[in-house]
Ligand binder design. Sequence first.
Ligand SMILES: Nc1ncnc2c1ncn2[C@@H]1O[C@H](COP(=O)(O)OP(=O)(O)OP(=O)(O)O)[C@@H](O)[C@H]1O
Ligand SMILES: [Mg+2]
Length: 309
Amino acid sequence: MTWHPFYVGDGTPRDVDLGEPPPWRRFPRQPLHREFQPPPGLIEAVNAALTLRRPLLLTGAPGSGKSTVIEQVAKELKLGTVLRWHITSRSTLADALYRYDALGRIHAQRLEGDRGSDDIAPFLRLGPLGTALLPAKRPRALLIDEIDKSDLDLPSDLLDVLERGEFEISELARYREDVVRIRESDGDARSQVVKGHVQCEAFPFIVMTSNGERDFPAAFLRRCIRFAMPMPTVTSLRRVVAAHLQINETQSGAIDTLITTFVERLAGGESLAVDQLLNAVHVLTSTQAPDEEDARHVLELILHRLSHA
Ligand SMILES: Nc1ncnc2c1ncn2[C@@H]1O[C@H](COP(=O)(O)OP(=O)(O)OP(=O)(O)O)[C@@H](O)[C@H]1O
Ligand SMILES: [Mg+2]
């Protein structure tokens, strides 16, 4: 294999032009609201969730676009920047509502002594869920990503907050001032909280994603609209590729072969993600594309199966 457009492996310093990155690896990251091609059935599921003011639970294979759906919905419906809560086994409901830096406040009180204002606001910050529940005329968009990675109790804890659309900031309930302006989770905006009580007006548009590794309690599922991202087809992948990359006539034959093979491998039960296909197409169509012999090896590198690695 002799594909070495940049790194050659001889240790000799040289000036190398790395070419244009794939559009989805430009920084700061560009939103994907125009590129996203909703699979059949998704539009209805989103509209059902919007109509019923219920969270949408998206399941499906890695790379099937679950985390990208909300960007398009938020853009189209002008719901503002998407609030993101990325779940790990350590995620707690309390952190997603707000954080209080008690230690920081004690330090500040010691430093300032009697001269200090003893203001609590700088030490409180709303989390993504807390920000989504702030009262506003337009709903916010909130992505609760990879909820299947959570601690077992989290979905049930979340249920209660989502049912009532409200929560308390206990540190403020007994604070000397009734009205406190608290920082939101994204940016420097501040919102007024009265007597430590936050109650939503317009229920946020919430998308929860799961790779389907886990069963959720029936009480949780009952309160969500569920949608399983379908397996991509040759037609849907052609549209996805065309949305992300400029393809010229001479390249389209090779790319169609790539797409057909990709769909056949999926049908054979292999785990492959749409973004692997996009990577493969980018390499084949870039100015540093490998020639035919090398292309086979490079594509094997990129299009490796995601399970049994
Ligand atoms: N229907 C689609 N239309 C356009 N692009 C898509 C589509 N599906 C996936 N993609 C592309 O694939 C990439 C991966 O999508 P995304 O991260 O949303 O997948 P995911 O289902 O959340 O995966 P994971 O389970 O690994 O988090 C995105 O960058 C997006 O560009
Ligand atoms: Mg995701």
